[in-house]
Design a protein around this ligand. Sequence first.
Ligand SMILES: C[S@@+](CC[C@H](N)C(=O)[O-])C[C@H]1O[C@@H](n2cnc3c(N)ncnc32)[C@H](O)[C@@H]1O
Length: 303
Amino acid sequence: MNQLSDCLRLLADDNRLRILHLLEHEPLTVAELQDILQLSQSSVSSHLGKLKRAGFLYDVAEGSAHRYRLREDIGEPARACWLAVRQLSGSNPAIADDRRRLAELRSATRASWVERVAGHLHREYAPGRTWEALGHAFLAALDLGDCLDVGAGDGAMMELLLGSCRSLTCVDPAAAMVAAGKRRIAEGKLQGAEFIQASAEDMQLAPQRFDSVLFLQSLQYIADPQAALARALELLRPKGRLICLTLSSHDYPEAERYGHRHPGFQRQQLLDWVQGRGQARCLTLAPEAKPPRFTPLLLTVTC
Ligand SMILES: C[S@@+](CC[C@H](N)C(=O)[O-])C[C@H]1O[C@@H](n2cnc3c(N)ncnc32)[C@H](O)[C@@H]1O
């Protein structure tokens, strides 16, 4: 009986009811609730505290703010009280006004974010705009034809690449990597992929067999990277493409932990190695965000 009367007393307050109706619509911070309800911060916080202690809400930290959400598992009798009061108060004009102000707040936030990031959107976080997602999007538009992946490791990229290839030949000298790659093919029932154990400098494959050759962060592992690039170019058909992602030269000892043989490469060094073999470009890409901030290099050659 005590619990029931406590609950009814808690819900017999217009502002707390307005808060519950708003949070049922979407999770909100104290500042957002203040804006919509036109109440002081202490008043909003006090109402939220009471509702939280009674088990109606929970909050999640978001930077320096907290976002409040209605619990899906409100216990009894609180749930039954809320459902009854919600129905009785749903047509109250104050509730509709709050919803309208929430919509206005959202539209102002959207507009101000768009205006704020104009000109430096590339540096800003935008939900879902991950490099992996962009990679998938660009690969969907790419035709790699018969593709050779040199230093393919255990084939972690295989499933991503297969959607854009007619066939995929993965080469790696490490027996453990090749065994893991073959398991990946068998377990995923991947069609059109094969693994070959070989070194890049010594790939026993027919010349001009491939439309594309990839080196995805493998060049820095290869004992003779110049010979590996030369061999790869011999395996390309006319108009074929070599795409090599590696690292820019650095002096970070951390690279040894990953088994690198070379501390990255100079842009010009890579261009010199492939000179006369087609149209070559080498781009220095943005450094990693994480220290020591390795910087990727992208070499492309079109035969
Ligand atoms: C960081 S892993 C890259 C794996 C893969 N490309 C990826 O992006 O997930 C580097 C790979 O290069 C391979 N590697 C080392 N020496 C090589 C060589 N001479 N020829 C080809 N690959 C080599 C290693 O065995 C290792 O699997």
